[in-house]
Design a binder for this molecule. Structure first.
Ligand code: ADP
Ligand code: MG
Length: 247
């Protein structure tokens, strides 16, 4: 397999903040249809890596290619249009809007026949909202104000808002933080479902959850990759046990 066949190819990526290298010479390849989990101690650079991929932070050097298109100098909104969706640690939903409206406003402008300026609530948008709402177990909550949802439901709603855009690369930063056991189970099921026809990168600490969802695990430490492979391989790696799992 050549490097151009990957959905995402990150090569020799470095970012420094006032001389401190939060990411250093990092190389990582993600396949289409792959669900990759990134683990590692606090401060390892996991969130920074997602910031670099989505364009929130500019790389100091190295390359990030998505479907063989170089991203490093591309503006954040253009990366979204290319099919990159990213969920931050704290859910950013419109608390005062209904679940329906939250999903509706997330439908990509310009994709509907009337364009961004016209009223976008066409049958096409409504149908898409229904499908996504079912995916995230909120189809009976469409008229509910988003602020009234449980914390877990808010997290799902934000995932749903990203799904409205049908991203080809979806990145989730600690998506189950603050969720109940049952919500975690359902989220694992959701993530396994949505990695079909796209790539998904999940940052997570809960090892039981990681075990359930990961195709492959990347362990980061001090801005670099410490280990990578199946859950089994990584879990039994003495280096990983030493810096992360042993604590
Ligand atoms: P993780 O998500 O693995 O816990 P982060 O990516 O948030 O780690 O942080 C990695 C390191 O980079 C930390 O030491 C953090 O303080 C530093 N860092 C992250 N973003 C910035 C920034 N914008 N400016 C300065 N330092 C930063
Ligand atoms: Mg983080």
């Amino acid at each position: 397999m050549s490097n151009t066949d990957f959905a995402l190819a990150v090569e020799d990526l470095t970012v420094s903040f006032d001389g401190f290298k939060a990411i250093e010479d990092l190389t990582l390849y993600i396949d289409r249809n792959e669900l990759r989990v990134i683990i590692g101690p606090n401060g390892a650079g996991k969130t920074t890596l997602l910031d670099l991929i989505c364009g929130k932070t500019k790389a100091s050097s190295g390359s990030i290619k998505f479907k063989n298109t170089e991203l490093t100098r591309m503006a954040e909104h253009k990366r979204v249009r290319l099919g990159i969706g990213r969920k931050f640690q704290t859910p950013s939903i419109y608390e005062n809007l209904s679940v329906f409206q939250n999903l509706e406003v997330s439908y990509p402008a310009g994709r509907s026949v009337f364009g961004a300026l016209a009223f976008r609530c066409t049958d096409e948008v409504k149908a898409r909202v229904q499908v996504v709402a079912e995916d995230i177990w909120l189809s009976d909550k469409l008229d509910t104000e988003a602020g009234l949802l449980s914390h877990g439901q808010k997290q799902w709603l934000e995932i749903g808002m990203l799904l409205m855009q049908e991203p080809e690369l979806l990145m989730l930063d600690e998506p189950i933080a603050g969720m109940s056991a049952r919500e975690r189970e359902l989220t694992a099921e959701l993530l396994k479902r949505i990695c079909v026809n796209r790539s998904v990168i999940v940052i997570e600490h809960d090892m039981d959850f990681v075990k359930q969802i990961a195709h492959k695990v990347t362990v980061m430490h001090q801005g670099k990759i410490l280990a990578e492979g199946s859950m089994d391989t990584v879990q039994n790696d003495p280096k990983v046990i030493d810096v992360y799992l042993g604590h």
